[in-house]
Design a protein around this ligand. Structure first.
Ligand SMILES: O=P(O)(O)OC[C@H]1O[C@H](O)[C@H](O)[C@@H](O)[C@@H]1O
Length: 293
């Protein structure tokens, strides 16, 4: 756990107004009592409580569900490259690196470097920027998703805006393709879907708390929406029976069309999570225009 503590400890020292309150092994396939890895189930409190994020996982096809990246030990880059103009709002950041070990290469024989930059802005918004590079060797393909768990007051009071009328693959129906109706998405049973070709801004409105998560993304055309609901929650060993009521995963992802990198090429996928009062929401983003941050 030392690496993660150090990682968040560093951010905590730099970032005022945002406190990381506790480790959380609520869900996070990665924790699951095994050797941990990077991301990280964390509760972000800022008064008011912002969000609960289990970040990132990469799934590289033909491997364990959601791939191996989340189960590895990452290192901290002590001399990271500076912030780019795109990230100039960030106040503090840290870069984590994942490179394959000899053992990893036996399972997935591709030479890659994965750099995850986690940055925080003064207003508490959190950006996760992943860069995956084909260092050398043959082309390879992968799919990717951030596994962002949003803390909600009551799943029955939440709706997602920005995914209306889109096609999705339903993981509960053998990935069959359906088209979403015109209304915002609400929840009354288990949902496990991959929305395709989504806009770069999606909003999760929490009526009870009168606040909205604004998810801005780039390089991540798909969005996974997941809530296990009651029955599945009970069958998951690392998930409390009732925890489905206060969470919702809305994950920026690349799933339908995996990324292929030739030698020397690099891919970037970024997501920024921020919270605004619901009354401000419509002034903050425009789903139709699909802002890129
Ligand atoms: O328990 P995990 O391996 O973290 O996965 C939890 C869930 O993550 C995603 O959202 C998938 O779409 C689900 O099918 C999966 O059950």
């Amino acid at each position: 756990m030392g690496l993660i503590r150090l990682f968040f400890g560093a951010l905590e020292g730099l970032q005022q107004g945002l406190a990381y309150m506790e480790d959380r092994s609520l869900h996070g396939g990665m924790i699951k009592g095994k050797n941990f890895f990077l991301p990280v189930v964390r509760r972000f409190l800022s008064p008011p409580k912002l969000c609960e994020v289990e970040s990132l996982f990469v799934f590289l096809r033909s491997l364990e569900q959601h791939g191996f990246a989340r189960n590895k030990i990452w290192t901290i880059d002590e001399n990271p490259p500076p912030l780019s103009p795109n990230d100039s709002h960030a106040k503090s950041f840290i870069d984590l690196l994942l490179k394959p070990s000899e053992e990893d290469l036996k399972c997935w024989p591709h030479s890659f470097e994965f750099r995850l930059r986690v940055s925080l802005a003064a207003d508490g918004s959190l950006a996760l920027i992943s860069r995956i590079r084909n260092v050398n060797g043959k082309p390879f393909s992968f799919s990717f998703a951030y596994h962002t768990y949003l803390s909600v007051s009551d799943i029955s009071e939440v709706r997602i805006e920005g995914l209306e009328t889109l096609d999705y693959l339903d993981n509960l129906c053998q990935k069959e393709r359906f088209t979403e109706q015109g209304d915002a998405i609400t929840f009354e049973s288990e949902v496990d879907r991959v929305y395709l070709s989504t806009p770069n801004v999606v909003a999760v409105l929490d009526h009870e708390r009168k606040r909205t998560y604004v998810i801005r993304k780039d390089g991540l055309p798909d969005v996974v929406v997941w809530n296990p609901w009651e029955k599945k929650s009970k069958s998951m060993v690392d998930f409390g029976d009732d925890e489905y009521k206060q969470m919702l995963c809305v994950d920026g992802a690349v799933i339908e069309k995996p990324v292929t990198l030739k030698p020397g090429e690099e891919w970037t996928g970024r997501v920024e999570l921020s919270v605004v009062a619901s009354t401000l929401c419509s002034e903050q983003f425009d789903v139709q225009r699909g802002m890129v941050f």
